[in-house]
Design a protein around this ligand. Sequence first.
Ligand SMILES: Cc1ncc(COP(=O)(O)O)c(C=O)c1O
Length: 460
Amino acid sequence: MNDTLSNSAVLSAYRARTPGSAALAREAASLFPSGITHDSRHLEPYGVYVARAAGPHKWDVDGNRYVDYYGGHGALLLGHGHPAVTAAVAAALAEGTHFGASHPRELAWARAVQRLVPSAERVRFTSSGTEATLMAVRLSRAFTGRPVLLRFQGHFHGWHDHMAAGYTNHYDGSATPGVLAEVAAQSILIPPNDLPALKAALARGDIAAAILEPTGSSFGQVPIDAAFLHELRRLTEEAGTLLIMDEVVTGFRASKGGAQAAYGVRPDLCSFAKILAGGLPGAAVAGRKDVLDRLDFAVAARTGQEKIQHQGTFNANPISAAAGTAALTTIAETDAAEAAAAIGAALRDAVNAVFAEEAVGWGMYGTFSGFHTFLGAPGVTVQPGAFVPETQPMAVLKSQPAVLSHKLRLALLVNGVDTNGRIGGFVSATHTADDVAHTAAAFREAVRMLRAEGELVVRS
Ligand SMILES: Cc1ncc(COP(=O)(O)O)c(C=O)c1O
């Protein structure tokens, strides 16, 4: 473990509250690499082990309650255990988990997608967002006959070989361990919001598709300029390059119809996961019929073009289909996306007020129902609580002071708030004003704990 933590009162408080998690983490160390099953759950000395969850809250195995901003990695716009979703899952479970056949629930699920996402002329379900972006890339290459994928530095699209570089490192697109250099060479990465770089890339004439997180990397940690998004649409169309909007996070969250509806930009293809399946595993690629036709047997026979093969044991499994249909129907018929965004804005305001009152040069920012916390960077002065991310380059926004953010994360957990490792997260439609007040108080207490052990540069 990091030596700078060994004498930390924050760490002692964390350990004192979480002995049950510590015991499970010891067992996990002999089962999983690093004792975890997803890189973002890596936390020293160990993460909390959660026993149950309801609405916006979860409880660890030691009985501590957390206001949850992990939100099932963004899947839980409707909070934990939404009654419509759990009832739909129970009904589907009683009828069988896998039929090895088409089934009515997959039709209802796809119709629920089409109801909210007009660009989804056709839908193909997969099991994960990673698979959805993989299929979107393959469709694009097959449809255009071009080899190269255009990506934006810092944008995340899952962990398959075409997406492994450029999220937290390898911004030059060079191969990461285990990925063939020849494969990595067929993706090019450019900085977000860089119009000249975009034009130069498209001028190559060999770009099959451009893919992006439409509100910016990690749900707007590095925001995408709306004007850039519109230009990207115009220029890709002009260049015969497909535009893939990766709506795995933004889908049904940025608005009922995702970022594409919020910004009025129609992609050729889009990928969905998370909210799509109501908190269960499930994802989809959707978009133009003529592009998804590359998966169609009859079209292949008619045109003589070899079809793209696609299997997947759990594609459109009935349980996920039931959960997803219930979640999407609820989102269509309520103001869940707008309500979560409103609570997100209230949270950002409340925490920024704390930063201002505590005279700490940090800022909480974000769009829709997301938030990110900027904890300072060398040479960057922030008016406490009034941070404007658009004024900063990606390198500044993406780099957080490691020890400080680590201690802050632990201090927030000690005070009953669970964020991601970047001190960001997702607000659900079930978070309330009480949760906002609790979170603001937790940030205040965390700031004071860090100040007490000399971690803060105080502005006067
Ligand atoms: C924007 C984006 N695309 C793709 C993925 C990959 O989805 P999955 O984790 O379901 O493979 C994620 C996951 O967090 C994501 O945030």
